[in-house]
Design a protein around this ligand. Structure first.
Ligand code: WQD
Length: 347
């Protein structure tokens, strides 16, 4: 007997697909919508291979409100919505801000305009630590009460604006609750190596570039700066295992459906509480995999912040969630996934 239907937008993407697996493991019926602009439909095969259950899928654009309403009619009784669907390339957002503002904001507005009509109880929004910008020293590690700062990119700004749209909608008396999850840096892959991160083109994020360099797909990794005010000079981030992150979404959905929320809108930082530098990640990757990564130190990347990591005590105590996977196991899972991709490419 299913615990009920959950709509996962952007569910063929990296975090969305891992969350679909954990939702199914928890007994929910998963419905995925995605416009496949930054993911592959074969991910559905991977989810089914892991759980034995193929999620319902509809290719569609969340900005198409009529199509979205048809989806709610086609699948009555959706209890919760988890919204992953968004453009997320920081650099591209600087070049094409309107593409990001239109897509990332209209999709959230469409969802929230339709959810009351179809009695949806809860809305989980995928936000980002990017809303904190570079926290002042006294705010590190960063808690949910740290001040939000002007985003360094239109992408980051869409996250902050969506949080405000959600907050204003809920406080105006909306009939559903919302939990906003602020991710730090998701990395790694499912331990089966059946699903993982599938960057489009040249990876922008650190880990896929590391694994592609280790695999010989990329010639050399550029480390963007070692002249920061950190112990080894490279930037510090809070790298969180993607399966740990996915499990937090299941807990958030349960919480809203079981009416356990303490406020109409709850915000949680999803991080490990441990900051690691780029060079520490590289060294740990080499130690865990035995594979050397060819890299060179280059100039800083425009828009990078120096250091941010979470204080996850609120998620640990209120949400009842803790990141459990070690960075070593997480890096090993990323490498196992990269090797699987290379083996598949040879078939
Ligand atoms: C991490 C560190 C880079 C690549 C961004 C978004 C965030 C989220 C995750 C979407 C930085 C360094 C990276 C490389 C490097 N986005 N780096 N060489 O910038 O912390 O966060 O991606 O969900 O919202 O802001 O992640 O992985 O790009 O960079 O040295 O080739 O690795 O300078 O210090 P970031 P990242």
């Amino acid at each position: 007997m299913s615990k009920g239907r959950i709509l996962v937008t952007g569910g063929t993407g990296y975090i969305g697909s891992h969350t679909a697996v954990e939702l199914q493991n928890a007994g929910y019926e998963v419905i995925i919508i995605d416009n496949l602009s930054n993911s592959n439909i074969e991910v559905l095969d991977g989810i089914e291979k892991i759980t034995g259950i193929r999620p319902a899928f509809k290719e569609m654009d969340l900005c198409d409100k009529a199509a979205l309403e048809d989806l709610f009619v086609q699948y009555p009784g959706i209890l919760g919505v988890i919204n992953f669907a968004a453009y997320k390339a920081v650099g591209e957002s600087v070049k094409m801000p309107l593409k990001y503002y239109h897509n990332n904001l209209v999709s959230v507005v469409n969802l929230m305009e339709l959810m009351p009509k179809y009695n949806v109880k809860g809305f989980v929004f995928s936000s980002s630590c990017t809303v904190y910008g570079q926290p002042d020293k006294e705010y590190l590690p960063v808690t949910e009460s740290a001040p939000r700062k002007k985003a360094m990119s239109p992408y980051g700004n869409t996250k902050a604006i969506c949080e405000d749209i959600i907050h204003d909608t809920i406080t105006s008396g909306a009939t559903f609750k919302s939990i906003i999850l602020r991710y730090f840096n998701p990395i790694g892959a499912h331990p089966t190596a059946i699903i993982g991160e599938l960057p489009n083109g040249v990876p922008q994020n650190l880990l896929p570039f590391v694994t592609q360099t280790a695999a010989g797909i990329r010639e050399q990794l550029s480390v963007y700066g070692n002249d920061y005010n950190t112990p080894d000079g490279s930037c510090i981030r809070d790298y969180i295992n993607v399966v740990d992150l996915a499990k937090a979404h299941v807990i958030a959905v349960d919480r809203m459906i079981q009416d356990k929320c303490l406020e109409p809108v709850e915000i949680f930082n999803l991080g490990t509480g441990r900051g690691l530098s780029v060079l520490e990640i590289l060294n740990t990757f080499e130690k865990v995999t035995g594979v050397k990564v060819n890299y060179k130190i280059v100039g800083r990347r425009e828009g990078d912040i120096e250091q941010v990591w979470a204080d996850p005590v609120k998620a640990n105590t209120v949400l009842g969630w803790t990141a459990t996977e070690s960075v070593e196991d997480t890096l090993a899972s990323a490498w196992k996934w990269q090797q699987k991709l290379m083996a598949d490419a040879k078939k």
